[in-house]
Design a protein around this ligand. Structure first.
Ligand code: DAU
Length: 332
């Protein structure tokens, strides 16, 4: 089985490629990644010379490039490639539309042309909008609130249309928030850990009471694997853990684990259009036999440990373009 994994140099894609290569000796992976600011081949140093792994630098929105890669004999496509950061989408949405909508379309066309066995869309719970006290099911209507989630919703709708119109075998997954090793330090958890290691304060948006549901990356890899093995074409699966936390709870836990106090918290201007609460109903996936193995607190400790031990990895990232973004985002 040969997989095309797009965006495989990013946080989730690289973790999942490592998982596939290490757990399935018969699987081969072609990793197509544009190497934007969030793509980093160092994430895959340990498997870069594996004969079952191949890296191709390229953009999923580049039709010629995608066509060239498909000629390698791809059986399944898993589309991790995306612009993913909500705050950046507020600063400028064009790259989100190009990658998350047009890039998805390009891959779907290639999947159709080459008759792949399956196309899996990696997507987000954010397409459902915000829920005060309910849960998102696979049937919940899309109500995206940020340019990021609107772009993902556009791509997901296109996947659905290719299943309905052309019978392309597709699966869409909507996951809650990820965390763990190799996450780019712009997202809440790695940003806060790395800021604290550097002796900087952590910027909490608004009142800190927004709620997210969290999944540790090894649990996510097993969830996606379960969907690959047991999921059905044309279906949608939510991926969630039930670990729902306010941002301030997480902030306090990180501070406690790192032996620091609340003086390191800085409340800053809220994110425009900030979704209040996400909560994912993942019963459909659990009926396939998956459940998470890690508790939030233990996994958070392991994540903090990883960032403490891999300072060379993230310190390199917190320079150049990152500093410009940070200034624009936080010193407004
Ligand atoms: O729900 C899944 C989504 O989770 C993914 O689809 C997105 O790609 C991913 O970026 C993430 O979106 P969020 O906006 O929830 O993640 P982020 O880490 O940016 O923020 C998590 C929460 O923390 C959110 O309520 C905003 C808040 N936050 C974030 C940052 C970066 C802060 O309070 N301060 C910050 O500096």
């Amino acid at each position: 089985m040969k997989f095309l994994i797009t965006g495989g140099a990013g946080f989730m894609g690289s973790n999942f490629i490592r998982y596939l290569i290490n757990n399935y000796p018969e699987f081969q992976v072609v990793n197509l990644d544009k190497l934007t600011y969030a793509g980093n081949l160092e994430n895959l140093k340990d498997i870069e010379n594996n004969p079952r792994y191949e890296f191709v630098k390229g953009d999923i929105a580049d039709e010629k490039m995608v066509d060239k890669v498909m000629k390698k004999g791809i059986d399944q496509i898993i589309n991790f490639a995306a612009e993913t950061h909500v705050d950046r989408s507020i600063l400028g949405a064009k790259s989100f539309i190009m990658t998350d909508v047009f890039g998805t379309y390009t891959l779907l066309e290639a999947a159709r042309k080459y008759g792949v066995k399956r196309y899996i869309q990696v997507s987000t719970d954010e397409v459902f909008g915000s829920t005060e006290d309910g849960e998102f099911t696979e049937e919940t209507a899309f109500e995206p609130n940020s340019p990021y989630s609107a772009s993902k919703a556009g791509g997901d709708h296109m996947v659905r249309a290719y299943w309905k119109t052309f019978g392309l075998p597709t699966i869409v997954t909507h996951s809650c928030n990820f965390y763990g090793p190799y996450q780019y330090p712009e997202k809440l958890i790695p940003l806060f850990i790395t800021n604290l290691v550097e002796g900087r304060k952590v910027p909490v948006y608004g009142d800190g009471l927004n709620i997210r549901e969290w999944i540790y990356v090894p649990d996510y890899c097993q969830a996606l694997d379960t969907i690959i093995q047991k999921g059905e074409d044309g279906e949608v699966y939510n991926i969630g853990t039930g670990e729902r936390k306010t941002n301030i709870e997480i902030t306090r836990l990180v501070l406690e684990i790192m032996g620091l106090d609340e003086a390191m918290i800085e409340y800053v201007k809220d994110r425009p259009g900030h979704d209040r609460r996400y909560a994912v109903n993942s019963e459909k996936l659990r009926r396939l036999g998956w459940e998470p193995e890690h508790s939030f607190e233990q996994a958070l400790k392991e994540t903090i440990e990883w960032y403490r031990e891999h300072q060379d990895w993230w310190k390199k990232l917190k320079s150049g373009e990152y500093l410009k973004y940070y200034k624009q985002q936080y010193n407004r």
